[in-house]
Design a protein around this ligand. Sequence first.
Ligand code: PLP
Length: 328
Amino acid sequence: MIYENALELIGNTPVVKLKHLVQSENSELFVKLEGFNPGGSSKDRVAKRIIEFAEKNGQLKPNGTIVESSSGNLAIGLAMVAKMKGYKMICVVDPKISKVNLNLIKAFGAQVHMVEKADEHGNYLKTRLATAQLLERTIEGAYWPNQYNNPENPRAYMESLAREIHSDFQDTLDWIVCPVGTAGLITGVAAEMKKLSPSVKILAVDAVGSVIFGGQPGPRRLLGIGNAIVPGNLDKSLYDDVSYVNDADAFYITRQLVLQEGLLVGGSSGAAVCAALRLLDDLAEGQRVLAILPDRGDRYYSTIFSDEWMSQHDITLPTSIYKSISIN
Ligand SMILES: Cc1ncc(COP(=O)(O)O)c(C=O)c1O
């Protein structure tokens, strides 16, 4: 297949059926590998959609500057799309960002603005959002997509990811498992899939320590999933259940996905598969479940895949996330 440019590589990501982590013989767990997008995550879809919408409605003009707060993946996607379309890009990031992501953002030619002030739980989101807003006000020709409250964020998933899922599975899925951060992915996928395949159920996956679904705020190391605020994109009528995953369980499954399935994915993907395995354990046999895995794992070599980093942060991997998973 020959493409005209890298932007055409966004979407149409592959789906794989897990063979080793699923214990039940009659149930099936599929994963959609969003890490196959050119910037390495599902946020490439959002970056392209948001920028093209802002161009159309005049919010973003030639030679303009895009300013966004992102823990990494949207920043990488926006930096890639901005560079290809000739815009400047400033990414507002915090000290939790991995060195790999920081270098990737710079490699795509974006500028980095590092915030320093954390809240009482060690989270930086509020400072990052305030900084992005301030930069938008003070830089001429600046545009802040504000992924948390931008309807184009869920729309990006309605028009691409959800339709890809429906074209692969039609009405045969019982559950779709979606990790939640800004809630763009779950809202877009759920809104469209519930129209196309009304019987499908949606499981939201949140991090322990996140407040999105009413949990208690607390420290967490998972990136991309969980939040210190309730995102404006969240539509509470669209999900059927919520599953909480802690850092250790998510990182354990992230590592098992490489060891047992050959899939090098990120921590929120580990959380999604962890929640999906628990769901399968609770359901009757014969279920078909699809988990969406937002990014690839190479950006986590120095964190989730590093024993030294784990012990520095007092994260002890469990021997099993639940009774029926055995470790080899
Ligand atoms: C690493 C990671 N986790 C989770 C998510 C969840 O997506 P959202 O921010 O749309 O809720 C994303 C989105 O791309 C992501 O990149």
